[in-house]
Design a protein. Structure first.
Length: 135
């Protein structure tokens, strides 16, 4: 698992989470609306610890064929958008908790900014190596 690939996927997750939370907040008064959340960290932990589902990879007759299946060890998992299981349903069937969503929005913003700083540091180190160590 490449560090840059992991950072890129995590940044994508941050953007997806931002859109998902914004959609939840925008629909806070919509009857029967069910809030969603983005799951990524648990999937990443399962992949890194080897606890994830270990299915078989698809059989390829040529190495140029596209690999698919769950047997790709070391792959960065894709995020999943799932229903929020802990949400309390209001009288109109809506389960958006604005305070919770705003808390998640702030948490995601801090997380995303940290990822941006890590990505910037990765490229700064790479530039230093390319420049010959700052001679």
């Amino acid at each position: 698992m490449d560090q840059l690939q992991l950072l890129a996927r995590a940044l994508d997750v941050g953007m997806l989470r931002q859109r998902t939370i914004a959609n939840n907040i925008a629909n806070m008064d919509t009857p029967q609306f069910k809030s969603k959340q983005v799951v990524f960290e648990d999937l990443l932990h399962q992949e890194l610890s080897g606890e994830g589902e270990s299915g078989l990879a698809a059989y390829r007759t040529d190495p140029r064929h596209i690999a698919f299946g769950s047997g790709q060890a070391g792959a960065v998992p894709y995020p999943q958008i799932v229903s929020n299981p802990d949400a309390l349903v209001q009288n109109n069937g809506n389960d958006v908790d604005v305070e919770y969503e705003m808390n998640q929005l702030a948490k995601n913003t801090i997380w995303y900014n940290g990822l941006v700083q890590m990505t910037n540091g990765y490229f700064t180190k790479l530039k230093t190596v390319i420049d010959g160590g700052g001679r």
